[in-house]
Design a protein around this ligand. Sequence first.
Ligand code: NAP
Length: 349
Amino acid sequence: MSDRVPVGVLGATGMVGETLLRMLAEHPGFRVAEVGASERSAGSRLRDLIDPSALAPDVADLEVKSLDSDWSSPVILSALPASVARTVEPELAGRGHLVVSNASAFRADPGVPLVIPEVNPDHLALVDHQSDRWSGGIVTNPNCVIAGLALAFAPLHRTFGIERASVSTYQAISGAGRPGPAAFDLVDNVIPWIGGEEPKIGAEPRKILGTLGPDGLVDATFPVDATAVRVPVLHGHLAAVSVELAGAPGADDVRHAFESFRGQVADLDLPTAPTPPLAVLDGNDRPQPRLDRDRGAGMTVTVGRIRPGEAFHVSFVVLSHNLVRGAAGAALLNAELCRAQGRVPGVPA
Ligand code: NAP
């Protein structure tokens, strides 16, 4: 990646947008050329709205644009609320931009790839068939808790075949964006439901682990029972997972599958890809959000407590940084893969 391709960041003043700007500050392949947010922020300098200390000085001085502005960057990284993304992202794709989105608006669309580069880079080929809808394209990354979960599911599904799963997630406050739940509800408490989250915990891994054939994408079929809980942790989503696997492998076989997983883009040298993508931790008290969420600059997913079960073959715990692996880093890695595959408009691979 020699020349730095200009990117626009939408939702730049939010939790995910700010993380994206920090990750892009010294990125070798992309540079932030323009930023957008709501009418509340439009016209202000970025430095007056978010902490400028982690930003390149020229980025901190950028004026926030309103979303109906003209955009010049070939790549638009979107960290908009889904309700806004539903209208804005297709408009931008229609104007020839490659939109790489964190929002849920198009994740379930069968013509839009939902990609974790280490797991299903081939699904980006769906963009080739978007030309009847847009001159550009839309690529999405999964929900913040799925990014870690689907990465852990991948070696199990590919090696053995997942037959069914039960997942309970313990999700950090920053996963709700700003302003998030009221402090009075969070302190000294857990909230046993996160609106809209549980259906995604089954559907998104099934799409990511699906097979792309000549007639389109065929989702995987394993059922998942999910419970999503909000806990008073700042960053880092933990998931307690039990799986039934074809062939009834033991806990040691499952551990080996995790440890030997390298992902499908290991040879591409993508700047944001950690090596390896999964880290297996020993010790019954790991992984923990405070100790393990920043591993691999927040991109490494940690797995621990791998053990045989009574009702399911194997149980384990997965942790991922929701703002990095689960959002900003996920989008950035997708953008890097798009560039490596020659999918950025006007930019050779
Ligand atoms: P957030 O902190 O609430 O930030 C939202 C951003 O969108 C802000 O920049 C905000 O601008 C802008 N915005 C809000 N309403 C707008 C409107 N009507 N028009 C234009 N811009 C508008 O949210 P977030 O947590 O960063 O999440 C951003 C997206 O990523 C969401 O779709 C979310 O579901 C997804 N996501 C979040 C996480 C996570 O861990 N937080 C993980 C994965 C995916 P102002 O500052 O001007 O209001």
